[in-house]
Write a protein that binds this ligand. Structure first.
Ligand code: 13P
Ligand code: SF4
Length: 346
């Protein structure tokens, strides 16, 4: 596609959002990136939280964590450029070790991934011997390596239900765990809150999910009051939330699902207006692809990690083969088992 074609396509989607002058500049960058992508036999994956100009121009595939992990596992390209955060790029490397995996920003973290270490999991396994460990993909490779199976927001309940176990350790997102506990009818406890739970005495307790108190710094911001105020102003609004929101918020929402599930929900329904309780960039991306739909946002926080990925640094990533994701082979092999097991479930 020529610069002009890219510009026209971006304009058709984004003219309400980005001024023409800026769109032209973005189209030129996207043109350069697409040429380099072809030259270097690279694949670009873009998470649903990428900013609208990037999301609607350069990715070969866009999607949620699960969909992108599946694409990374299947590609025959030499290079994967992951426009997302570090744990996602790491998951791609775990699944495709022979590929060069690049992330455009040197440090694009995640408050959930930072909330737990491999040693924390080893301690929990010591405290609850024999109990299977389910870990959210929003964790780093060394944590995944200590895990029996991973899950994403798109398949968390299915993964929990697939394990034929009365008690599970489910880490590290407190809110996702509570939402999954409600969905699957399981009781949940948080051992950090109950330091007296030690060794054998745990066996007497009535719990089925053992959680951890990690939180997404974006989704924890949304509150039941936000929902009440918006419903007050727009009684016909349909509210969608991500399962990283608190269980109080998800209970008051009309739909709760992964980022891609939210996108599909908006595409497949015809409400007068929607409110999205998730990262704001995604609301822009949905609005750009569904001009006829009104999308409301409560945008106090944009994920500060996702925000670091831009067209500018994606071009640099391809030009200079940076920043390369590496995972030590012994850790990768153990983490791969947990990730592959998840992909096979659903
Ligand atoms: P999804 O898997 O739903 O895309 O979520 C990833 C994420 O980090 C949400 O904050
Ligand atoms: Fe992590 Fe939250 Fe950002 Fe998702 S939105 S990458 S969970 S900090």
């Amino acid at each position: 596609m020529s610069v002009e074609d890219i510009f026209k396509e971006m304009k058709s989607k984004l003219s309400n959002l980005i001024p023409e002058e800026e769109l032209r500049r973005k189209a030129e960058l996207a043109y350069e990136i697409n040429n380099l992508k072809k030259e270097k036999n690279a694949l670009i994956l873009g998470h649903n939280y990428m900013d609208a100009a990037l999301f609607h121009s350069i990715p070969d595939y866009t999607g949620d964590s699960l969909e992108l992990a599946r694409k990374a596992a299947k590609t025959d390209k030499d290079i994967i450029v992951f426009c997302g955060v570090e744990f996602m790029a790491e998951t791609a490397k775990i699944l495709s070790p022979q590929k060069t995996v690049l992330i455009p920003a040197e440090k694009a973290g995640c408050s959930l991934a930072e909330s737990i270490t491999a040693q924390d999991i080893r301690n929990l396994k010591e405290k609850f011997p024999g109990v299977p460990v389910v870990t959210y993909v929003n964790t780093y490779a060394d944590v995944k390596a200590e895990t029996d199976v991973c899950c994403t927001s798109g398949n968390a309940a299915a993964v929990v239900e697939s394990l034929d176990a009365d008690t599970l350790i489910f880490l590290p997102d407190e809110f996702l765990a509570k939402n999954v506990a409600r969905q699957t009818g399981k009781h949940i406890i948080f051992p950090k809150k109950f330091p007296e739970l030690k060794g054998e005495s745990n066996n007497d307790l009535d719990y089925q999910l053992i959680g951890w108190q990690g939180r997404c710094e974006v989704h924890e911001e949304f509150s039941p009051e936000d929902i009440a105020k918006v419903r007050d102003q727009f009684p016909d609004v349909v509210i969608l939330s991500h399962p990283e929101c608190s269980p109080e918020v998800t209970a008051l929402s009309d739909f709760c699902g992964s980022t891609s599930a939210m996108i599909k929900y908006v595409e497949q329904t015809s409400a007068p207006r929607y409110l999205l309780l998730t990262d704001c960039a995604m609301a822009d991306n949905i609005a750009a692809a569904n001009h006829e739909k009104e999308i409301l946002r409560v945008c106090r926080v944009r994920c500060p990690h996702m925000e670091k990925i831009t067209l500018e640094n994606t071009l640099m990533a391809l030009k200079y083969n940076r920043y390369q994701i590496e995972v030590p082979e012994d850790i990768r092999l153990r983490a791969e088992r947990a990730v592959k097991r998840m992909i096979e479930i659903r």
